[in-house]
Design a binder for this molecule. Structure first.
Ligand code: GDD
Ligand code: MN
Length: 413
């Protein structure tokens, strides 16, 4: 790989055209007057292509990536925008260091936030170019495909061009077979919500027309990893998709940020696209967890009362506590995966959850009794009572348990 030396603008011109380079140094001849394109020696060429690169702990990869882009995009007015979620390894500093020497490099550092999709979305939003690409920082995506993608967009042959590993001429390279399998199943599932046929809807490598993005921007869910699927599933009209094959390379530095929960996030995204317009997916998950709580409750009650001959009242109270606790932890992992609480916040959350659910139980009983006394059949009274309790629990814990803290607690990776 070629060693990358960013252009300083004074002593070295980049290999490509000399747009954006200021041989005479910056400075307008009439201070205070903004006259684009009229600064001496400065050519203000509009950017044609922004490459958005989400990063989390990719310090070692940014300079080599810029070098590869510099080579691959010769003759194109491009810029690269790294969207970094405050990586502990100082990726943002590394980017800014490059940016101080090369105007084509930009850094958007987000603090207290995490998420691949939202990073991509904000990166695209921060670009004014007519064409925007998204790729991994880890050199896994083949940058030499970019000019071909750009060509397809320039000729208006597509709204979105996807780099595909699963079509003739493409491959997953050294990706572990388990990952390939997951990726294939997920692709098949993705077809459920897609408005176009795509061989690799899980790809993190694609380019799109800015006007297409503007069309779907307000409907994006922005959750999780699967930004492309989100983009393709959010259009109201059909989307024109083209695909170009590429061979996925192995990661050089650092680790993949994909963990098993990514699969879960993906399922939630699909559910959100399928019926999120009618019922919030989170509420459905919350109710689902509540149902597991019923099972836990009965199990503990049976165990204590029948098997260990514990007094019914004590057994019932213990079972309630057990079920609430298990509900809390399950909700924290599944329902609120993206706002997961850790450490002290986890303990504080448990306290508010107990409190909210205790009141919820009273509401549920009161409401059911109210209906029962007005000659509703027992099962309907019970059912509506349970729903009233669930809605209360959901609303209150969403506000006090999982939203009271700033998402600074997104520790983990
Ligand atoms: N800003 C930000 N915030 N960037 C992130 C975050 C985050 O929370 N998580 C990951 N990234 C960055 C990584 O630094 C990397 O540049 C890129 O997003 C993709 O993450 P990887 O950790 O490299 O993921 P992967 O290579 O395992 O998965 C790739 O292949 C999948 C298909 O198998 C990605 O391209 C996925 O998008 C793709 O679906
Ligand atoms: Mn990667």
């Amino acid at each position: 790989m070629r060693e990358f030396t960013p252009a300083t603008g004074r002593d070295r011109l980049p290999a490509g055209p000399s747009f954006l380079v200021c041989p005479g140094g910056l400075g307008y001849n009439r201070p205070g007057v903004y006259r684009p394109g009229h600064a001496p020696g400065v050519q203000h060429v509009p950017i044609d292509l922004t490459v958005v690169v989400p990063t989390y702990n990719e310090r070692e990869n940014v300079a080599p990536l810029v070098g590869l882009l510099d080579k691959a995009l010769e003759g194109v007015a491009w810029e690269v925008l790294f969207v970094d979620d405050d990586s502990p390894d100082g990726t943002a500093d590394a980017v800014r260091e490059l940016a101080s020497r090369d105007v084509r490099v930009r850094c958007l550092q987000r603090i207290g936030r995490r998420g691949l999709s939202s990073a991509c979305i904000e990166g695209i939003m921060a670009s004014a170019a007519p064409y925007v690409a998204v790729m991994d920082a880890d050199l896994q995506h083949d940058e030499s495909v970019l000019p071909g993608m750009l060509e397809k967009l320039r000729t208006d042959a597509a709204d979105v061009v996807v780099g595909s590993r699963y079509m003739g001429g493409g491959s997953t390279g050294e990706l572990a077979s388990g990952r390939v399998w997951i990726s294939r199943v997920a692709s098949a599932l993705g077809q459920l919500v897609l408005k176009a046929r795509v061989s690799d809807p899980m790809s993190g490598f694609f380019m799109l027309q800015r006007v297409y993005f503007d069309r779907v921007a307000h409907d994006l869910s922005g959750k999780g990893f699967k930004i492309l699927l989100d983009l393709l599933a959010s259009g109201r009209r059909d989307v024109r998709v083209a695909e170009l094959p590429y061979h996925m390379r192995a990661r050089q530095h650092g680790d993949s940020k994909l963990d098993t929960m990514v699969v879960w996030e993906y399922l939630v995204l699909i559910a959100d696209k399928l019926f999120g317009r009618y019922v919030p997916v989170r509420f459905v998950l919350f109710v689902g967890v509540g149902m597991t709580g019923v099972a836990v409750h009965l199990l503990v009650l049976g165990l204590l009362h029948r098997l260990l001959a514990v007094d019914f009242l004590v057994a019932q109270a213990s079972a309630t506590l057990f079920a609430m606790t298990s509900n809390y932890f399950l909700n924290n992992v599944f329902t609120y995966h993206d706002q997961r609480l850790y450490g002290a916040a986890l303990v504080r959350g448990l306290a508010t959850f107990y409190l909210a659910c205790s009141i919820g139980a009273v509401i549920s009983v009161e409401f059911a009794t109210f209906l029962f006394e007005r000659s509703f059949p027992w099962f309907m009274a019970g059912f509506f009572g349970a729903i009233a309790g669930a809605v209360w629990n959901y609303a209150v814990t969403a506000t006090f348990t999982w939203r009271a803290t700033r998402p600074k607690s997104v520790a983990g990776k």
